[in-house]
Ligand binder design. Sequence first.
Ligand code: F6R
Length: 361
Amino acid sequence: EKAGYKHFMAKEIAEQPIVLADAIKHMVAGNALNPPAEVDFAGVDRLTMVGCGTAYYACVVAKYWFEQIAGLPVDVDVASEFRYREPPITPNTWAIFVSQSGETADTLAALRYCRDKAAKIVAVVNVPTSSIARESDIALLIRAGVEVGVASTKAFTCQLTTLALMALKAAVDRGRLTPAELAQHIADLQALPGLVSQALRIAPEVAVIAEELAEAQDILFLGRGPLFPLAMEGALKLKEISYIHAEGYASGELKHGPIALIDARVPVIVLAPRDALFEKTVSNMQEVMARHGKVLLISDAAGVAEAGAGCWRTIAMPSVPNFLAPILYAVPAQLLAYHTAIAKGTDVDQPRNLAKSVTVE
Ligand code: F6R
């Protein structure tokens, strides 16, 4: 059932172009969005988004999208904190719960807390029969197919894609996008599975880099804007399956503490698509290099040409519209974790101490 792959994780990473295309096809009709009829953000004032682990990072990326594209304020929290904080929920708030399994205990408890408080409960789930899907007003399916590997890969990119489409829907409902702009975003989304296929071709390069990463004790991931949650996701994935200590930071936070960790033994992985914040991220990266940090720059070919000098390693990704960069840059994050784990010989699909679905608190 691994279809010729050595691990489910490898298979699930490779499947992404297909499952993403399927997710997009189900939510787009021609030049327009085709979400379930109840999804209308017109009277919504605020979103509160909740998840655990990778699903939480999908929520953090979505916060940037909803706020920037739709002008809709978003609160986001991990379920275990949210549920006990007793956060006030204002009447026109939609509460969105993101969960691959749909059975995560803390996320389900957070949903139940919101039940009589939020205007609508929306689930973004992979398993349609799950508790979280059943207990929501609207269940949006991410259509990733069965995910077996404990480390979430295709579910994450399908969560992001579903949330990107929701952010576009919110922007349309709130009068923030012209039909031409929407059509462009939809065309960009339809091109995404092809870009993911291209991005997967970096795997052999990543495998070589991973041999050296496997020697590290600590690894930092840096990103800005919607690539900041990707930095955290990259660090989580690496920790989970290679057992190397890793942390994701907002690039601008570097000088507020973590730069003290930098020396020639600490690889620093910089996720820097050429967006409006590229120059700022590059200047943070140069601060790392000035302290002899080993920088792996991940950008597009032009970004690598412009800023790659002096880096330990570079990876050139396909160019991607800014809006979709967090989805495409999940691919190097996944491949780095996977190949580093392979280099270390750890159990990729069943990492120690972890369960695929966390149904106890
Ligand atoms: C990370 C990972 C976990 C899950 C988290 C939430 O690779 O798999 O962090 O993302 O346990 O699980 P779901 O999405 O099923 O609620």
